[in-house]
Design a protein around this ligand. Structure first.
Ligand SMILES: Cc1ncc(COP(=O)(O)O)c(C=O)c1O
Length: 401
């Protein structure tokens, strides 16, 4: 006699905290473009949040040497002393900071560093001031740990620039943290050093934390490059998060870091010791080569981004109805497309991004994921030729509305 077992199915019950967050809007846009590409469609993709340049050869060589030299064991959780020293030296040379080894933790990308810092600082119910437009992950990281984002609306006519006065207006007794991101993804806005100093000063005075996400600090086109890491007198209230991803065209390698007070960096390292452990050993060797060698490759890429920025912004502004602020850093243009709302059933940035993708096969990211409803993000970390193809298709799309 054969007995037939009835399969038992249990509902998938995930935690409340995982249901607080959404998948990254940028990743979703990339996936949608990929679907069309799979169908053989020639998509012009300007979604990428990463340099189109290859990783410099000397960095690759260092990784290859590390593999061949069997540098393949666990390292200290927060990175080797060699790497910590290289991060400290680079930052001190470029910005005049003075960090010690116990004030540095290397992580698996800047995103990981940010997740760690937010996890150890933000408690359930804490308020976190976040300028809009924001990089997609800030909001979800804060929500994941139970914090509440207090959104700081910036002024598009002022290039989305955030000022200390705007930040101060949102401070309440529940404010735990202020997140700064200059140059900004997605707007390219750069805060003035004076405003950054004032935010850090007021945070210090009131016992509030500041995270300064400086992943694009080397892609600043204003000529006034600045890191809050140089503000030694306020150093017990802020953390600098850096990354090699954009600076050295190393997005896939995954190496970022936190600089800050030893008590916080110690907690970050403890959290990391119970999750990922050290960033990949061979990547650490590559990072040392990137940080310790000539920085000419960084300057060469920066100069190229300036040309690409001028080209895309000029092209966008020439399209009737499209308004575009001049980004002062990073590698994104953030044009306002609201003049087309109400035409052909289009009512949002998502509708426009959808139309651009499905009608003209140009992949952009809709502004909703960054907290604004009237913009699309265009990455100009691509070739001039690709930008021209994108512009031609956008002219056709908007001209036909
Ligand atoms: C503002 C900002 N911060 C942090 C990151 C994280 O970069 P990574 O994890 O590659 O260092 C990104 C990546 O797009 C970013 O745009």
């Amino acid at each position: 006699m054969s007995s037939v077992m009835t399969p038992v199915t249990h509902p998938v019950r995930l935690t409340e905290r995982i249901n607080r967050i959404e998948p990254s809007a940028t990743m979703a846009a990339v996936a949608e473009a990929e679907k069309l590409r799979q169908q053989g469609i020639d998509v012009v993709d300007v979604t990428a949040g990463e340099p189109h340049f290859s990783t410099p050869q000397h960095v690759k060589d260092a990784a290859i040497a590390a593999i061949n030299g069997n540098f393949s064991k666990y390292t200290p959780v927060g990175g080797t002393l060699e790497l910590k020293d290289a991060i400290i030296r680079r930052h001190s040379t470029d910005f005049g900071s003075a960090y010690k080894r116990e004030e540095v933790c290397a992580s698996v990308g800047g995103k990981h560093a940010l997740f760690n810092v937010i996890s150890v600082l933000v408690e359930h119910g804490d308020e976190v001031i976040l300028p809009v437009p924001y990089w997609v992950s800030f909001k979800d990281m804060v929500r994941y740990v139970g914090g509440k984002c207090v959104l700081l609306e910036s002024d598009e006519s002022q290039g989305f620039r955030v000022t200390a006065q705007m930040v101060e207006g949102l401070v309440t007794p529940k404010t735990k943290l202020i997140i700064l991101n200059s140059p900004s993804n997605p707007s390219g806005a750069v805060m003035s050093p004076e405003d950054m100093i004032e935010v850090v000063r007021l945070a210090h005075e009131r016992g509030i934390w500041v995270i300064s996400d400086e992943c694009y600090v080397y892609l600043n086109y204003t000529g006034k490059n600045f890191s809050v890491g140089s503000l030694n007198e306020y150093r017990d209230r802020f953390l600098v998060v850096g990354s090699l991803s954009k600076t050295y065209a190393m997005t896939g390698w995954r190496l970022g870091y936190t600089l800050g007070p030893a008590a916080v960096v110690g907690a970050v390292t403890k959290l990391q010791s119970q999750s990922t452990s050290n960033p990949t050993s061979i990547v650490q060797k590559a990072a040392v080569a990137a940080l310790n060698s000539s920085q000419q490759c960084v300057e060469d890429m920066r100069q190229e981004y300036i040309k690409l920025r001028d080209h895309i912004v000029g092209g966008l502004r020439a399209i009737s109805g499209v308004k575009c602020t001049m980004p002062e850093g990073a590698f994104y243009a953030y044009p306002n497309v609201s003049a087309f709302f109400g035409k052909s059933g289009l009512n949002s940035a998502s509708d426009i991004a959808h139309g651009l993708l499905h009608q003209e096969h140009v992949a952009t990211v809709a502004g909703e994921g960054f907290g604004t409803t009237e913009h699309v993000r265009i990455s100009y970390a691509t070739t001039m030729e690709n930008l021209d193809r994108a512009l031609e298709r956008m002219r056709k799309y908007f001209g036909g509305l």
